[in-house]
Design a protein around this ligand. Sequence first.
Ligand code: ISE
Length: 336
Amino acid sequence: MSELRIAVLGVGVMGADHVARITSQISGARVAVVNDYLAEKAEQVVASVPGARVAGDPLDAIAADDVDAVLLATPGPTHEKQLLACLEHRKPVLCEKPLTTDVDTSLEMVRREAELETPLIQVGFMRRFDPEYQQLKALIDGGELGRPLVMHCVHRNPAVPPGFDSSMVVKDSLVHEVDVTRFLLGEEIASVQIIRPTPNSAAPAGLLDPQIAIFRTQSGRHVDVEVFVTTGVGYEVRTEVVGERGSATIGLDVGLIHKSSPGRWGGQITPGFRERFGLAYDIEVQRWVDAVRSGVNVNGPTAWDGYAAAAVCAAGVRSLETGETVAVELADRMDG
Ligand code: ISE
């Protein structure tokens, strides 16, 4: 295939980032069409992309003859309809999380894709492409740590956008550790418990933050996660895996430590996820482009991964209400 012509739907922060990334860093692809529910925003973004046009309707963009593949960065509630259109028109799609906003429709996406017998949907869990997570995965799979038994995670954000509620701490933030757990340990999560410590007095009224999540995997391994999204400090994502023969940690920002007079040492904390995972996004999009151009279409988290994450988060949201451990209900696999 010659250059892949991509429609980017939704050009808020992430979508606009992807447009810039595809235009300036990704080889073998270009942005052909841009759509946003704010027409002005789409016009503004397209102005920086030679040869691209604005589409007024996302479904027209998906169906268009000058579009080979779709990058979906629209708000979650619109994903279901747009993904179904991608399947109908057999257009490979890289869908930013969430796959859809609930478990049933996520499973339906898995089903509909399986019926086509061609993988088309990749979900944007970008941490899988981060070089540190890749190294950690290689260390685990190489056996150097022995059998992993426990994982400790920290996920801290300096702030969250207006309207971010307690369930979003689970569905929007913790969802990354859900995916990381499944990726690193290679098995499903069987149950979730969310513990609610005293809320941060600086958090918006009513927001339960921080939250502590405890996952138990199907084979009985333990994962704990501190999610704290209003620290006011910086972006911190750490993961420690403890195995039978050793442990390994990523996300310490050690590259940024400095020493200075008078006898001080210190460093910088990454300000946000776009800086921390910028390289992961670059690798993710390049591999997806290469996969689509070679006819494989998906080279990363699948629709099933999006569905499994939704199922774990749904259990997490139920636990958030009661504090009890909630079992994760998963359908049988149907995606081969
Ligand atoms: C945001 O939506 C992301 O996906 C970030 O990676 C995550 O760290 C943040 O907590 C979410 O709100």
